[in-house]
Write a protein that binds this ligand. Structure first.
Ligand code: ADP
Ligand code: MG
Length: 353
């Protein structure tokens, strides 16, 4: 009997985990943790997350205190950027130089120690670029940064990549190839996968993520975002869950990141996913989609069914083709059918091929 997988959070990630479990009749139940009702959990349920933090509500505590709540230690480390960076330092995983902003008196001095420019990040609760400020020498500092933020040197990266991998209880691990990502104002616009990746980068990234997952006795999918500087990687941040930069695996790999996560949690065989051709993932940020898109080869729309708000992630489109030339053809065709403001994501994707 397969266990039921209960997901803390009821957004699109839980929904996509549910879709991945369906062919195997593996039950996946998303639960909103931020509510004061008692939910009916079974003793053999396995609890995972799509959000990293929630308040101590009745449901929230029930999930956290369940004996099969997975990855409490990794979540504890990751929800606070100060702890996350300290863990990476301790495991000798290279990151952007960073400082703790622990007192108001030394804010300027600490920021200046990072060089001309820094990124100030709230320790808790930031995502999609929220809770971050760009600072440069001579700028005012905000008193509120003390004790609530860390700061990192501004990294002049050539591009950003991420590694998505999974580990099971036996300590077996599998990884996808590095995905190339483009963020605008801190929010992921598009990813490209299936391109040639320098072996050295792939090896270092896998070695670091293995070290992190092993240290945390981690079970499931974890994503690691990196900056590429002069061909070398620096780790930006970790996500102890399925990740937006892994959405291309839904059509671009024999096993999606969602299925991989479920396999690890349900103790099903964890084998290395094979990559199918080349893929682009493009986020629908406060946009609707058009049925004509489906007339283009390799296009798959994933619509989350959320209400539309400017900039809100309401869906994504995966474009998967066997060859680069075919992918280019599909991207060019789709570019003509999307909103003007989104063409830039296609220009970026085409440049990467
Ligand atoms: P979030 O949790 O919001 O994803 P990140 O720390 O990943 O926060 O920052 C979002 C984006 O902001 C990154 O993907 C990158 O594009 C940019 N960024 C973050 N930190 C730095 C840095 N130290 N140097 C340069 N760019 C950065
Ligand atoms: Mg990030």
């Amino acid at each position: 009997m397969l266990p039921r997988i209960v997901v803390a959070g009821n957004g699109q990630l839980g929904q996509m985990l549910q879709q991945a479990g369906a062919p195997m009749q593996l039950k996946v139940m998303p639960v909103e943790p931020n509510q004061d009702i008692e939910v009916a959990l079974h003793a053999d349920d396995v609890i995972t997350v799509e959000v990293e933090h929630w308040p101590d509500t009745v449901t929230g505590l029930q999930l956290k205190n369940h004996p099969n709540f997975r990855n409490a230690s990794a979540l504890h480390a990751v929800i606070d950027r100060q702890r996350q960076k300290s863990l990476l330092d301790q495991l000798q995983v290279p990151t952007a130089p960073w400082v703790d902003l622990d007192s108001e008196a030394s804010l300027t001095e600490k920021l200046e120690s990072l060089g001309e420019r820094a990124v100030v990040k709230r320790r808790r609760g930031g995502y999609d670029g929220r809770g971050q400020w760009r600072w440069q020498r001579g700028d005012e500092v905000e008193a509120e940064w003390a004790e609530t933020c860390i700061a990192e040197a501004m990294i002049p990266f050539s591009h950003e990549v991420s590694l998505v991998g999974a580990r099971n209880a036996k300590g077996e691990k599998v990884f996808y190839p590095l995905t190339r990502n483009w963020h605008e104002n801190g929010i992921l616009r598009a990813s490209v996968a299936g391109l040639d990746v320098p072996q050295e980068q792939q090896d270092s990234a896998e070695e670091w993520l293995s070290r992190i997952m092993d240290d945390q006795n981690y079970i499931g999918v974890m994503a690691m975002e990196c900056f590429v500087v002069d061909g070398k990687l620096l780790v930006n941040e970790l996500a102890p869950r399925v990740h937006n930069s892994g959405h291309w695996t839904q059509e671009g790999a024999t096993i999606s990141q969602f299925e991989l996560h479920l396999r690890a949690l349900a103790e099903l065989p964890l084998i290395k996913p094979e990559i199918k051709g080349v893929s682009v993932m493009y986020n629908l940020l406060g946009r609707t989609w058009k049925t004509e898109w489906l007339g283009i080869d390799g296009v798959h729309v994933h619509w989350y069914g959320k209400s539309l708000r400017p900039g809100r992630k309401v869906g994504h489109v995966n474009i998967n083709r066997p060859t680069l030339a075919q992918l280019e053809e599909s991207l060019k065709a789709l570019k003509e059918l999307v909103d003007d403001e989104d063409r830039i994501a296609f220009d970026w994707s085409l440049e990467q091929l």
